[in-house]
Ligand binder design. Structure first.
Ligand code: UVW
Length: 281
């Protein structure tokens, strides 16, 4: 699951020249804060400041504040590792998921095995392709035809190894004053269908992301438990999933192709990792 990076002086010079010429960076990660929307599947985000300025003052007058966070690894913008989901007791490589419980497969499929990504990124703007600028309807199932139409409309064909980010428009609700809106338990959430996930995997992509809590199409009242795209991508096809991404700025600027940069935390054996992905143009 790791890759070998080969750099040359020429390659480095070209990269630095590009930076000197000016690049724009889009932050695709959501701010982590207490009370932010998150799936009930996972432990909540908590942040406290057990040591405040003045609690311990040095002889020179200096002082430091230190904080602590607790959270599930699938909270906020995050990436799912292959150890996250099993189907009928089997993980991605066909191995017995119960071995994971004893620590075996977590060592080989955990978040620490996800190599940092510096890859071609493509944003598939589905609402734009559907002619629905306000976003897909709640519970809308994004089909292979929708994904293909978005790629065609933008002139950004998907290539093997890409990271493909699917915009549904639902991301606009992340900061809604009603924190339940983004989670969508009663309304449903638009997302990639099982067939759409298969289509993405058939393009040979490395990872797929979305602006929603679970990447999936979630039906009203069905909770966050029926996740067929997770089975297709994580268990059957070996494609990573990135969730709760901030894609509105990219879409507003009409940016559909970019350098995608993501570095998961190397948490040994974890089922996922919080991330702060970047799109660079
Ligand atoms: C959800 O929380 C619904 O998704 P995941 O567990 O894949 O992060």
């Amino acid at each position: 699951m790791t890759t070998t990076n080969i750099t040359t002086d020429t390659g480095t010079a070209a990269l630095l020249a590009a930076v000197d010429a000016g690049v724009r960076t889009y932050d695709l990660g959501r701010r982590l804060s207490i009370g932010m929307p998150q799936s009930p599947n996972h432990p909540p985000f908590w942040h406290a400041l057990p040591r405040r300025h003045g609690d311990s003052v040095r002889s020179d007058g200096g002082s430091a504040a230190n904080d602590i966070i607790t959270m599930g690894t699938h909270v906020g913008t995050h990436i799912d590792a292959f150890s996250h989901v099993s189907q009928d007791g089997r993980l991605f490589d066909g191995s017995d998921a119960s071995d994971a419980g004893r620590g075996g497969r977590y060592a080989e499929l955990g978040a620490h095995t996800i190599a940092p990504m510096v890859r071609r990124g493509v944003l598939l703007d589905v609402p734009a392709a559907l002619g629905q600028p306000d976003g897909c309807d709640p519970g809308y199932e994004i089909t292979p035809a929708d994904l293909s139409a978005a790629a065609d409309r933008q002139g950004t064909p998907i290539r093997p190894g890409d990271v493909v980010l699917v915009r549904s428009g639902w991301g606009r609700l992340f900061d809604h004053e009603d924190r339940t809106r983004y989670i969508g338990l009663t309304t449903g959430v638009p997302g990639v269908s099982e067939a759409g996930a298969t289509w993405l995997a058939d393009q040979g992509i490395h990872a797929a992301g979305a602006d929603t809590i679970a990447f999936e199409c979630l039906r009203p009242g069905a909770g966050h438990s029926v996740l067929p795209a997770h089975r297709v991508l994580l268990v059957e096809r070996g494609v990573y999933i990135i969730e709760t991404m901030a894609l509105e700025e990219l879409a507003a600027d009409g940016v559909h192709e970019f350098l995608f940069v993501l570095s998961p935390l190397a948490i040994f054996g974890a089922t996922g990792s919080p991330v702060r992905p970047l799109a660079v143009i």
